[in-house]
Design a protein around this ligand. Sequence first.
Ligand SMILES: *Cc1c(COP(=O)(O)O)cnc(C)c1O
Length: 402
Amino acid sequence: MRLGQLLYIDLTGKIIFVALLILMNFNTKTIHAGVHPDPTTGAIMTPIYQTSTYAQYAIGDNKGYEYSRTHNPTRTQLQDNLAALENAKHGLCFASGMAAIDAVIKLLSPGDEVISTNDLYGGSYRIFSKVYAAYGITFHFVDMSNPDEVRAHVNAKTKLFWVETPTNPLLRIIDIQEIATVAKESGALMCVDNTFASPYLQTPMNLGADIVMHSVTKYINGHSDVVMGALVCNDTDLFNKLAFIQNSCGAVPGPQDCFLVLRGIKTLHLRMQRHCDNGRQIAQFLADHPKVSKVYWPGFIDHPNHEVAKKQMKDFGGMMSFTLTGDRLDDAKAVVSRTKLFTLAESLGGVESLCGHPASMTHASIPKEQREKSGLKDSLIRLSVGVEDIDDLIEDLKQAIQ
Ligand SMILES: *Cc1c(COP(=O)(O)O)cnc(C)c1O
């Protein structure tokens, strides 16, 4: 990213900050992209603009801010930062990941069709099948790691491809570039839910996505203290449509939450590196454990989509799932009740390690037969490996599985 020269001028007209930043790499962008010292005081950290409205100096004469549903300076800096991290031109933040998904579906009209993955975040499946199906939008849930199966569902009404990769909780990998080709052929938009990977591991805009969606709640904020969503895109017409929906429907985040996320993002690269390192060691520990029957982690060479993961991701992340020998539900329940560092909880991507039981937690809203069809076993345990000491984490799993 080429920034050139940045000048910040305070209210008396004095230049208070000059920055010459040329070609920022990812680890620099997390800290500097989109943010700048406050023009009023020089405050290095983006202030929390806790205001709903802004003084107008005359009718139609304002400083670009009129009302905080539409724009807020703390949110603007976060949106610009997120766009830069995803190599996109435009960013928009929402009150939750679900609100961001909701805004994308509102681009569609009754009669339109969406092709999505069958191993999908439970809340996405719920809003598609329980909310928007009633508005006359048809959703096809297919195995998107097989492009032929995707092509088989394309028709003239196909308007959106919804990709989530790595998938949740089975950690399948979908070839983003390949689905982008199918989407372009059919003239439909493609949106990638990049929550599991974070922009540190993969940037779908570079692989042909039209929109990238995030549950900012997870890795991007990384501290399990905010619920937020985001969309980024390049096309300015598309951005204007999404911004119109954001402003019209009003699911915007507050400035305090934007501040917390901006703070969290500054260590995204450091956290992700540790998530990946810890994840690699835990995946290996589990694979070697006699009581573990299968580990779902894209870093293994025998993972069915390992080559695609290697091609489109920088590393393999800290998310994984595993089943126990015998595949008994009670054994899985016992393991998640015995862990001490891995807290039993919904969500993922925070500094602290979490474990979950998808069939009864995150994916309970998906009917059992649909779950089994997509290979989600009742004994499956999902881990979000945090950034704690690796020996402590392995010790915790050892005593829980024994
Ligand atoms: C959590 C999550 C969402 C929903 O985001 P919220 O911030 O909880 O509304 C969507 N997609 C994925 C992959 C998620 O993990």
